[in-house]
Design a protein around this ligand. Structure first.
Ligand code: 4AD
Ligand code: MG
Length: 460
């Protein structure tokens, strides 16, 4: 007696063997002398078809009462399927029920549900085809991220979740504090009112700590959850999201972009090759042009233009933007989409933004007005990557931090990296959920993370 998951059974299992399968019933259809059961165990998109003959001893009492959502064990013999739609089928000689699902109250019925509806039952939605496929693709791409960096000699660094700095300087941080009874002290000694002795927050980016390790190990990356208390309730923003952040010593902006390009193309190639069954679902139901769109990304080099060039193109554009384009202001989503989708119809790197709209750590260019920044924009999505060459010159960095009224003492350790053995270095951050949105063509970012956190919502 062998025990197998459906993914293996459908691809590799020899016929005529006796096997056992465990999973959840998707559908039951009754014919004259038997029932067809579709079983899914989450190992792949496809179901296993089970033939349950009316000869089974519990046919009337159990089999005919099975409904969508029940969990079952089926033992039987695998045979070649005579019908279209599947290659093999399992002829059951024993069926047991682990758990019933009352058809009156089980929210997942056979029909297609809207993604908004499924979001409100996020504890059951991974049992649907689409959310199950997203979960497998997410896992597969997470593995590919590590594989890519490992193959390129990068060291994985675990940067902290709780920190006392504000990497992006945008102040969009969640405060971390301890319960007040913990902080009220019964002893005579005065205690700090802060658990960590000073205000702490959930990290918005692991970059500054990754820089520490890059300045010792050369090429490093961090991949973890990051948190932003932005009040943006859009289809592209989460309050908790995952970011991949490589950081490279002895690396300038153009090498940084070359790495970002080959990383992104690697991930797209990976998902097309390794997850083709799950991907076919999105190409069929969400975006018919999905494969063509992804092929284009791996076949063509990305466009590279400066912010100043982008502004010139937008100002000449034959289009009325809601937000006017003026050198010195940040590009809006409508501008990014115009460049990416109308002008180039390709991924576009925009470089050398005005320093006043970018964080303190970016390297100031020779013009004194712009910084060695790069954003990568994807058609249909917008910004996927933000990165830069870092300011490695001690005096320039201090001047910049003073301009922005940052507390130099708080960043003494960061300045030390420039005081002792400084070196040019660069890195970027890729929003993992935004990338998942791109490859699955899902419209809303809340569908590509298991339990989305957004302003006003943190279920489970
Ligand atoms: O452009 P950002 O803010 O860059 C940084 O945090 C740098 N410290 C990265 C680095 O250089 N190491 O964020 C990077 C990416 C964005 O391009 C976007 O894809 C994603 O993170 N991102 C979000 N994704 C989902 N929800 C949000 N609220 C996001 N904010 C940023
Ligand atoms: Mg950014």
């Amino acid at each position: 007696m062998q025990d197998r998951r459906i993914k293996n059974i459908l691809t590799a299992e020899p016929l005529k063997q006796k096997i056992e399968v465990r999973g959840w019933l998707r559908t039951r259809r009754d014919a004259r002398d038997f029932s067809f059961l579709e079983i899914n165990d989450g190992s792949c998109l496809d179901n296993l078809q089970v033939i349950a003959s009316s000869d089974l001893e519990n046919f009337k009492d159990i089999v005919l009462k099975l409904h969508t959502g029940c969990s079952v064990l089926v033992a039987g013999v695998l045979r070649k399927s005579p019908a279209k739609g599947q290659t093999v089928e399992l002829h059951a000689d024993r069926i047991e029920v682990y758990g019933w699902a009352d058809p009156e109250s089980y929210p997942l019925q056979k029909k297609r549900h809207s993604f908004e509806f499924l979001r409100n039952i996020a504890h059951l939605r991974p049992r649907t085809n689409s959310l199950g496929a997203i979960a497998r693709i997410r896992s597969s791409l997470s593995y590919a991220v590590h594989q890519f960096f490992r193959d390129h000699g990068f060291i994985h660094v675990h940067t902290p979740i709780i920190t006392t700095i504000d990497c992006e300087g945008a102040g969009e941080m969640f405060r971390v504090s301890a319960p007040s009874h913990f902080l009220k002290d019964n002893s005579e000694e005065p205690r700090d009112s802060e658990f960590f002795g000073k205000p702490a927050n959930l990290t918005v980016s692991g970059q500054l700590q990754a820089e520490v390790y890059a300045m010792a190990l050369g090429n490093v990356y961090t991949f973890g959850p990051t948190f932003r208390a932005e009040n943006s309730n859009t289809s592209r923003h989460l309050s908790e999201f995952w970011m991949v952040e490589p950081e490279m010593a002895f690396c300038d902006l153009s090498e940084n972009m070359a790495l970002a390009e080959s990383f992104l193309q690697y991930l797209v190639r990976h998902v097309l090759e390794k997850d083709s069954l799950d991907m076919s679902l999105f190409a069929k139901f969400i975006d018919k042009k999905l494969f063509a769109k992804l092929d284009k990304v791996i076949e063509n080099p990305f466009v590279r233009i400066t912010y100043t060039e982008a502004v010139a193109i937008l100002q000449k554009a034959d289009k009325n933007f809601e937000f006017p384009v003026r050198w010195g202001t940040d590009l809006q989503a409508e501008h990014e989409r115009y460049l990416c989708e109308i002008v180039f119809n390709q991924p576009v790197f925009i470089t050398d933004y005005p320093k006043d709209i970018k964080p303190f750590y970016m390297r100031v260019n020779a013009d004194g007005k712009t910084v060695a920044a790069m954003d990568l924009l994807l058609p249909g999505l917008g910004e996927i990557i933000g990165g830069s060459q870092r300011e490695e010159r001690y005096d320039v960095l201090v001047a910049r931090m003073q301009e922005l009224r940052l507390n130099l003492e708080e960043y003494r350790w960061y300045l030390d990296l420039r005081a002792f053995g400084t070196a040019p270095h660069s890195g970027f951050g890729l929003g993992f959920e935004r990338f998942l949105q791109f490859v699955t063509a899902m419209n809303n970012i809340r569908e590509v993370i298991p339990f989305p956190r957004t302003p006003g919502s943190a279920l489970y």
